[in-house]
Design a protein around this ligand. Structure first.
Ligand code: PLP
Length: 250
């Protein structure tokens, strides 16, 4: 059984808004407990595989930031939510031949992982006369199958991106290895925060954003200074393994 994105299933999920509201309150509470202003941590509601009507429901309730992983799915969803105030974040691995779909459609790319991708994005942004906020994804666990730059390349890449006028380097992102214990994930988040401080000094850019923490580990991420938490399942419920349509990109 495949489920089309247009299905209304989640619109009728009476718990969607309740789960979202409870998550907003919990994030604010955790942020206060970490000694920060609740405004300092933003929730990116990860809506991948979730239908557009569910996004609409949260938008109507005041959630503004949404995260997507697949270009085609995101463009379809954006089209069906045209003229809404959503701020879209791109979280997934981005192939260079799809970079052209990002400028003007997304406010932030969380998964910048090479200078060659940065150059293509920069050219596209220049051509379109727009700016794009970017985060460099760091591969903390040195997992070959996962995106992100090695720690030893981070400074060099940050230096390069900092010189690209239409890309605004705002910080770092990481997704620690899935199998780590919560304690070790928290250590990984602390490590990302330290790397950020290091690169900030070395490169002389402000880097105020740390995108870290998902449904399973956002309390640990907030404790270590996350400013963007990417939460999907806790808000929307489990993702259906929907078979993606093979429609051709515009
Ligand atoms: C899917 C995804 C998330 C959300 O994960 P949940 O466990 O559903 O909260 C966060 N970040 C990235 C990069 C993702 O791909």
């Amino acid at each position: 059984m495949t489920r089309r994105l247009e299905d209304n299933a989640s619109t009728h999920d009476p718990m969607l808004v309740t789960r979202w509201r409870e998550t907003v309150e919990y994030v604010a509470d955790l942020t206060r407990r970490s000694g920060r202003d609740p405004e300092d941590v933003r929730i990116v509601a990860v809506s991948k595989t979730q239908p557009a009507p569910a996004v609409r429901v949260l938008l109507d309730n005041g959630q503004l930031d949404f995260g997507e992983n697949y270009v085609q799915e995101a463009l379809d969803k954006q089209a069906s939510l045209a003229s809404c105030a959503a701020r879209w974040h791109f979280l997934g691995r981005l192939q260079r031949n799809k970079a052209k779909f990002i400028p003007g459609r997304f406010v932030m790319l969380h998964s910048l992982d090479s200078l060659s991708l940065a150059r293509v994005l920069h050219e596209r942004c220049q051509a379109a006369g727009v700016a794009l906020e970017v985060l460099i994804q760091v591969n903390l666990g040195q997992e070959p199958q996962k995106g992100g730059v090695a720690e030893c390349d981070l400074e060099h890449i940050a230096q390069g991106v900092a010189g690209m006028a239409n890309l605004s380097l705002r910080g770092l992102m990481a997704l620690p290895p899935f199998e780590l214990s919560l304690r070790d994930k928290q250590r990984a988040f602390a490590r990302l925060a330290n790397l950020r401080d290091h690169v900030k000094r070395q490169v002389g850019v402000s880097l105020e954003e740390l995108s870290m923490g998902t449904t399973d580990d956002f309390p640990q991420a907030i404790a270590e200074g996350a400013t963007l938490v990417r939460i999907g399942t806790r808000i929307f419920g489990p993702r259906t393994l929907c078979k993606r349509t093979s429609s051709v990109l515009p």
